[in-house]
Write a protein that binds this ligand. Structure first.
Ligand SMILES: [Zn+2]
Length: 493
């Protein structure tokens, strides 16, 4: 199979203080078709791992196009989105001009916004369809925090989202998508998509019941319901304000009357089950002071293991600045010690501490710089524990790593603080260990992450506490200035 590969990945928060531009993709991943190493670079993308393995086994010829990913942030300008989109479309046309393209596989997010575009993925997929025509199978690998739109489905693209939050199953979903596209390209499979909006929003981690059991139910239904090929449950992304913002269920089935009927029934059942889970499935996020009470209580039972407290609203992975100081301030006010806190995005403080050097003691102004949702800067007399220019952390996909940029660890009043320069959430303990801070010997670990941290920290954690901190991803959706969100929707109505 001659398989065109590309990607345009951005989770856009309407409420992020940080704009997004082509430069944001240069700072993340921006691979162009004309780059000399384009094929090697695209095939090395962690999100494509399962696709690349499957393609290698089948002896596919891979045709790389634009592959772009940026850290979540605010909407793109119209011009920047159109520039990236049109480059990807031009790459596809260029590949077609050199020979047949048997299938197109794109990595997208599902909650990307630009000026004038509530639904970048729907826009892109419709245009891809226009380029390749009705017969060529097109597939998209999606994040489950997708706000599924009519245009995305009407494009005829085969849409497969990850099922796990933390998103640890991209490789498996990529293999699945490859299997579907190659069967379609051989003319052995026709797929009909059915979907249903589920009027709810929230943060629904899948590491614990009831969502754990729901994921198992989805996987079982793919095996047992005749004709059903793939089931995706989209959680929606509440901080992206569009007419499509919502949870949804999507069922892909063979295009036969019997399979369509079975899929319709399954769709109704899964949508009802998901809606029924909404109150129990949403993470129990405590206001900061209550969360600290719970963390301190858990520390007393922890038997030498760290308690992990998630600063859920300052998650760079949801478009937050990652430099808020609300938790740090509260820890200092309470005099809680034996803490490691990561990562505060503060390139300026990193540069100052790096100039001072390891072992130096200096006054340092930390965090609180981007805007009101970052809180106030905190002034501390710190000791510089470590400076790194090349630190990385493991990402969610096995073998994948993400750079932290220049980073330092500093200590003040019993708190070890990791500061970094490439805005990024905490995925793995490497955020600490790379800076010489041993997370296993701390009494309390504070991580700026909503849920993804669990894949790396659950094994060491005596307890996990979710703090509903102030910030860009604060969970009180009723306070967000929505203009487009469809109503009624839980938990607002
Ligand atoms: Zn996600």
């Amino acid at each position: 199979m001659r398989l065109f590969l590309g990607g345009l990945v951005h989770e856009t928060s309407s409420f992020s203080p940080l704009p997004t531009s082509v430069q944001s993709f240069r700072d993340g991943v921006l691979i162009r078709r004309t780059d000399p190493q384009a094929l090697q670079q695209v095939t090395a993308q962690p999100n494509l791992m399962g696709v690349i393995d499957a393609a290698a086994r089948h002896g596919d010829t891979l045709l790389p196009g634009l592959y772009a990913e940026a850290q979540p942030s605010g909407p793109l300008s119209r011009a920047d989105y159109e520039r990236l989109r049109d480059e990807l479309l031009a790459d596809l046309r260029a590949s077609l001009s050199l020979g047949a393209v048997d299938a197109v596989l794109l990595v997208l997010h599902g909650a990307m916004l630009a000026e004038g575009y509530h639904d970048c993925e729907g826009d892109l997929l419709l245009r891809v369809r226009d380029v390749v025509g009705p017969a060529v199978p097109v597939g998209a690998l999606l994040d489950l925090h997708c706000n599924l739109s009519p245009a995305m489905v009407e494009s005829g693209a085969v849409l497969v989202a990850c099922k796990e939050y933390p998103h640890i199953d991209y490789a498996a979903r990529g293999e699945e998508l490859h299997t579907l596209l190659s069967a379609m390209a051989r003319g052995e499979l026709a797929i009909r998509a059915q979907w249903q909006r589920v009027p709810m929003l929230g943060i629904f981690g899948t590491t614990q019941p009831p969502m754990r059991d729901f994921v198992l139910q989805l996987q079982a239904s793919e095996q047992t319901v005749p004709g059903v090929m793939s089931v995706s449950v989209l959680h929606g992304f509440a901080w992206s304000d569009t007419p499509y913002t919502s949870a949804a269920v999507l069922v892909l089935a063979q295009d036969t009357p019997a399979a369509r009927k079975a899929a319709a029934q399954l769709l109704g059942e899964l949508a009802e089950t998901f809606y029924g889970l909404r109150k129990r499935a949403a993470a129990n996020r405590l206001p900061l002071q209550l969360a600290l009470d719970e963390a301190v209580a858990a520390m007393q039972q922890a038997q030498g293991r760290p308690v992990v407290l998630a600063d859920t609203a300052d998650n760079a992975g949801g478009g937050a600045a990652g430099d808020s100081t609300f938790v740090l301030r509260a820890l200092l006010d309470r005099g809680i010690q034996g803490v490691a806190l990561g990562m505060i995005w503060d390139p300026q403080a990193v540069a100052i501490a790096t100039s001072a050097g390891v072992g130096a003691r200096l006054p340092l102004r930390i965090g609180g710089k981007v805007g009101p949702m970052s809180g106030d800067p905190v002034d501390l007399d710190v000791e510089v524990l470590a400076c790194r220019s090349d630190a990385r952390q493991r990402s969610l996909t096995p073998g994948g790593t993400d750079p932290l940029g220049p980073a330092v660890a500093v200590r003040a009043r019993g708190i070890d603080i990791v500061l970094n320069s490439i805005r990024q959430q905490v995925f793995s303990p490497a955020c600490f260990t790379e800076l010489g801070v041993d997370p296993t010997t701390q009494r309390l670990l504070v991580v700026k992450s909503t849920q993804h941290f669990r894949s790396g920290f659950d094994a060491m954690a005596a307890a996990v506490v979710y703090a509903d901190t102030p910030g860009s991803l604060a969970s009180d959706l009723g306070r967000l200035p929505y203009r487009h969100l469809p109503r009624p929707i839980w938990p607002l109505d």
